[in-house]
Design a protein around this ligand. Structure first.
Ligand code: AR6
Length: 180
């Protein structure tokens, strides 16, 4: 699925994010930038050791923010490591922190002149954020960003499972009329 926002597109893709060719690939990292499972493991495996070397040099990244490295062997120029919140009950600032992580990525992409970016569904795996609650935050952050001047022409959300894709599809269909 794809919708237009200003001169850009928001697209949904089902599958492994590391297979995409984009300027900026977002990783769902932890605040120690220590690597891990899920999409973090997949990105470091596919991209090779250069990415972890740069993460070590940066050191850490507070929850709700993001840092940028090069992308090793990936078909990308940069990896943006975003740290989403661990979900507890939704009253511990989780929505603001998740929105902050997406906004930080989009801002870094803008600062670096990226024309395309791919996001995984940050926090909705190991960190337990319910995807029905996370998808509107993710998509709204992208739409808001594209309504302001930005070099981004494509914002792709890579959803690993068909079930996750269906949730994003439903939410995106709901915001499409207001976005275009
Ligand atoms: N491509 C796209 N999406 C993927 C891929 C992939 N290759 N692999 C998994 N996903 P998670 P989090 C989906 O757990 O919840 C790590 O250990 C997955 O199905 O990767 O933010 C970090 O080091 C889910 O929908 O990230 C942190 O410690 C989504 O990506 C912690 O997990 C996010 O799941 C971060 O947890």
């Amino acid at each position: 699925m794809r919708i237009s926002v200003a001169n850009a597109a928001v697209e949904l893709y089902q599958g492994d994010i590391t297979r995409l060719a984009v300027d900026a690939m977002v990783n769902a990292a932890n605040s120690r930038l220590a690597g891990g499972g899920g999409v973090d493991g997949a990105i470091h495996r596919a991209g090779g050791p250069q990415i972890m070397a740069e993460c070590r040099a940066i050191g850490s990244c507070p929850t709700g923010t993001a840092v940028i490295t090069t992308a090793g062997r990936l078909s990308a120029r940069w990896v943006i490591h975003a740290v989403g919140p661990v979900y507890r009950d939704g009253t511990r600032g989780e929505p603001e922190l998740l929105d902050g992580a997406y906004r930080a990525c989009l801002q870094l992409a803008r600062q670096h002149g990226a024309r395309s970016i791919a996001f995984p569904s940050i926090s909705t795996g190991v960190y337990g954020y319910p995807i029905e609650k996370a998808a509107p935050i993710a998509l709204a952050a992208a739409v808001r960003h594209l309504q302001e001047p930005s070099p981004l022409e494509r914002v792709v959300f890579a959803l690993f499972s068909a079930a996750d894709y269906a949730v994003y599809e439903r939410v995106l269909a709901g915001i499409a009329p207001a976005a275009s």
